[in-house]
Every structure is written in structure tokens, then in C-alpha cells.
Design a protein around this ligand. Structure first.
Ligand SMILES: [Ca+2]
Ligand SMILES: [Ca+2]
Length: 210
């Protein structure tokens, strides 16, 4: 076997290993489409809702009337009989790599006149201690389902991520519920690093041939 063939086999092997250990586009979020409730507790599995305002003015519902995919979404709702309300719908934590770029995508429908509909990507270390979070607020979508994309780079020592959908001081006037629907959530590693490696291969081989 000549040098070029040896080099080629090594590179092919390297790419195969990469392909096995880091499949591009694998969704790390469990039950991101909000369809599964295997333990029949009325909440989509792998997701939790908490309202922290006085009197629980904000409620969360596994919704079957408005959804982006199949038959369910999750709805955070603030009722008009109260001035404002706050609540958070969040995922189970899942393992990620530190200092790595990921793409979060989700479909949402927002009806509000005041307060923030926001998504927080919260970073935790290997001991599950909170490190920091990346927060983005979203405007009213006037009842339309829209896909949102947010690219984040996990910070140093990140071992787990929790996705938090927050209705903060939510309001929609005196006669209308404020609503924040969530469906089809995905969190995937950016394929950029692998693409660069693959793009670099022919260049490396060409240099070798000269
Ligand atoms: Ca459940
Ligand atoms: Ca769905």
C-alpha cells in the first residue's frame, strides 16, 4: 500500500468514526413534539410547568385544540381577571458538550400585549449546578404559528442544558387571555465543525499529491 492509500484509509476511518459518534442533526430534546404522555398525568412527558406568581394567575395546559404538529402543543395562559402573570414550561435536562454550537428550533404562537414571551437556554455543570443562561424575548405573532431559530454556544463546563419557555409578566388586556403555545422543539449540534473537516479533506489530499 502506498503512502497515499494509507493516508486515505486513515481519513476515511476518521470520517466514519465521526459519523458514528456525532450524527448531524440528532434532536437532543425528548418529546419535543409534545405528543407523548406515557404516564397519563396530563402533562407531556419530559416537560414541567411552574407558575411562580401570587395565586397562580398563569396556567399551563397540554393543549389539543391548537397545535403545530399531530394533535398536541403546550399552552401557557394568563387569564384576563388578573393584571399580569408569570410561568415557566421547561424541558428535562439533557447532556451536551461544553463550548459547542447548537441550534434550537421551535414553533410558537404568541398572543399578548404586555410582558415577555421568552426562551431561556440554561446551562448546568456535571454536578447539575446552574451556571448561566441565554435569554431571547419574542414579540406577539398575532395568533399565527411561526418557527423560531436560536443558535447558542454552550459555555465552559456545561454538561447539561434545560430549555425554559417563560411567560413573564404576561398580559393581554382586560378581556383576553394572553397565550404562549409551544410545539416541535429541537436542539441539535451544529454540523459546521464536521462540514469544515470534510471540506478540508480534498485539500489535504491534493497538497499531499504535489
Ligand atoms: Ca406525562
Ligand atoms: Ca405537536
Amino acid at each position: 500500500m502506498n503512502k497515499q492509500k494509507v493516508l486515505m484509509s486513515i481519513l476515511v476511518g476518521f470520517v466514519l468514526v465521526l459519523g458514528v459518534t456525532a450524527p448531524a442533526g440528532a434532536n437532543l430534546v425528548l418529546n419535543g413534539d409534545m405528543e407523548t404522555d406515557a404516564n397519563t398525568d396530563g402533562m407531556p412527558d419530559n416537560w414541567t410547568f411552574n407558575s411562580w406568581d401570587t395565586g397562580h394567575r398563569t396556567t399551563g395546559t397540554w393543549d389539543t385544540s391548537t397545535y403545530h404538529s399531530a394533535t398536541h402543543s403546550y399552552k401557557i395562559q394568563q387569564h384576563p381577571s388578573y393584571a399580569t402573570g408569570s410561568g415557566m414550561f421547561y424541558s428535562d435536562r439533557f447532556a451536551v458538550n461544553a463550548n459547542t454550537e447548537y441550534t434550537l428550533k421551535f414553533w410558537t404562537r404568541i398572543e399578548k400585549t404586555a410582558g415577555n414571551a421568552q426562551i431561556q437556554v440554561a446551562y448546568y455543570n456535571a454536578s447539575n449546578n446552574y451556571l448561566n443562561r441565554s435569554v431571547t424575548a419574542y414579540a406577539d405573532t398575532a395568533g399565527a404559528w411561526l418557527e423560531k431559530t436560536k443558535v447558542v454556544t454552550t459555555i465552559a463546563n456545561t454538561a447539561f442544558v434545560e430549555l425554559q419557555f417563560v411567560a413573564y409578566q404576561f398580559d393581554n388586556g382586560a378581556s383576553n387571555d394572553a397565550k404562549f403555545y409551544i410545539d416541535d422543539v429541537s436542539f441539535t449540534p451544529e454540523p459546521a465543525t464536521m462540514t469544515l473537516l470534510l471540506l478540508g479533506l480534498p485539500l489535504a489530499l491534493r497538497r499531499r499529491r504535489k
